[in-house]
Design a protein around this ligand. Sequence first.
Ligand SMILES: [Zn+2]
Length: 373
Amino acid sequence: MKRWLHSPQARALGLAILLLALLAGSAWGLQQGRSPGESFLPELEIHFIDVGQGDATLIVGPEFTILVDAGRHDRNDVVPYLRSVGVEKIDLLVGTHPHSDHIGQFPQVLAAFPVVDVWLSGDVHTSRIFERTLDAILASEAGYHEPRAGEVYTLGQLRIEVIHPQQVTGDFNNGSIVLRLVYGDVKVLLTGDAEAPAEHEMIARGHDLSADILHVGHHGSSTSTSLEFLEAVNPKAAVYSAGKDNPYGHPHAEVIERLHRRGVKIYGTDLHGTIRVTTDGKSFEITTERMPQGSPILDAAAWLEGCAPGQIDINRASLEELVQIVHIGASRAEELIAKRPFTSLDDLLRITGIGQGRLGDIKKQGLACVEPV
Ligand SMILES: [Zn+2]
């Protein structure tokens, strides 16, 4: 290799390498010149694992792994998923509250991986799965803690803020451990099954709740994600974890509507499968197992009456606006204007040439909406 460097080609190669190094050096210099808050961090990934009607959120950083909740007691999908993405050890295992759709596979996880620390809320359930979870913690080498609002931890460059609970009361959902993860400029709020009373307490205590990504409380139930909480968090994207056709009707339309009206991009494990967020501490990207390009729910408008910012109200829009809607050209736009008012997007079937297929495309595009007249 050394001898090679003396040949003319090698000198040219050496020069190229030197040049590359200089270029890289200048790029590095630029980064160094940024203020600390602006520099990029090693990649952090958050996996909202599709575990059906339950929760399991994996956070993988450059030198740490956290699992918040571990799926349902009647499934076995968490350990296989963790193995599939190369997890070998868990630094922090959190059970937000003692319901079986959150701590369901704690025994399997604790048996499969070395776990450094376990956090539980402190509420005690009489269920068999809760007993088995405690036994598994005792049988492991893991440390144990019941975190309380106001505590702050760091793992590598990740800051973990405990937002809730201040104390537990036996109301399992409202005693959920709520964590705000801060990685550079990117913030994620994980709320377990906390409901409106807990949300109100968090606001009243004056926590900074702002987050780019909100893991929507209680699987998208209307008992959570109150308007005041949503305003305090002000997320860009929201993720709910719910099973397809679950018996509770999660996520509830009111929650989807609240998020949609604020222009929040919505992702759900029932529709998207496992949802993965990748961040360098500066910006984030969301990719999903199902649905192309990790696209959020675009047809949320179809759930709703009324319009979100940026949508086109078919009862009021101009012809120029209407033609931005898929399958609406100038002549259909004229017909649409003549046939107003419309009571719903389905009512667009009155337009010549709009059948169920084209109506479906319009809903999927997510641009058209209807405000009652
Ligand atoms: Zn739950």
